[in-house]
Design a protein around this ligand. Sequence first.
Ligand code: ADP
Length: 264
Amino acid sequence: MSSKLVEFKDVSFRYGEEQPWVLKNCSFEIFENEWLAIIGHNGSGKSTIAKLMNGLLFPQEGEIIINGKQVNEANIWDIRKDVGMVFQNPDNQFVGTTVQDDVAFGMENRGIPRDEMIRRIDHTLAAVNMQDYRFTEPHRLSGGQKQRVAIASVLAIFPQVLILDEATAMLDPKGRKEIMQTVSNVQTSQKLSLITITHDLQEVVQADRVIVMNAGEIWEEAKPRDIFGKKDALRKIGLDVPFIGILADELKHAGIAISHEPLN
Ligand code: ADP
């Protein structure tokens, strides 16, 4: 039985006492080695969930437990060792002059010895298939390559939980594909919980489980194929089911079995 790495217990959040609640009684769990996709239209509360997991925000009601520790102001640095985040804009995440410097940066801040750093740079760049770009200047990379380096930088810290918050939103279709492939590889090769946040249903196909957010509430929690089966209801909350999901649903209704291997 794999262990529980993230737990939201009845979490409610608002950005100020006079502000409306943007999360209402949200409860969910994520286990080790599991890929959870969180989807919802803009403003449904997805990024707020990510920020609560990283101690950038704290809930007014309820409790968040990461790797056995409650997220609170006293232990945010401890929590941030366990939770790595990759954001939307790859250009905002670079600090080094080469790819290697960039991956090293977070490790230097944590006082990791040099030979261990070199081992981790090799390992994480290989995990995102960027080993040939070690000495490249980050600004020479494509958007998808930049995000792969950003993922390597976070993996080098050995997080228990990796969160990608709209990490493909600024990429072209090729870059998106690269990232989804990388994410899928990372999920199978590293023992961590992976959370991808997106407004694009196409990106939930490979996840183990999907949470659909609507107006700050968990609207549905299910496997991707079961989510796609609700295309009319999804449209009502502003989500378009991709062609592949419609096809899977049609085949299911026609009684034609389909593989549950990832659909690319
Ligand atoms: P999503 O990631 O699904 O687009 P967010 O979590 O960013 O949604 O936002 C949820 C709600 O919280 C939205 O109504 C948004 O306008 C509001 N919100 C987000 N950030 C702030 C903030 N810093 N101050 C006040 N309201 C905010």
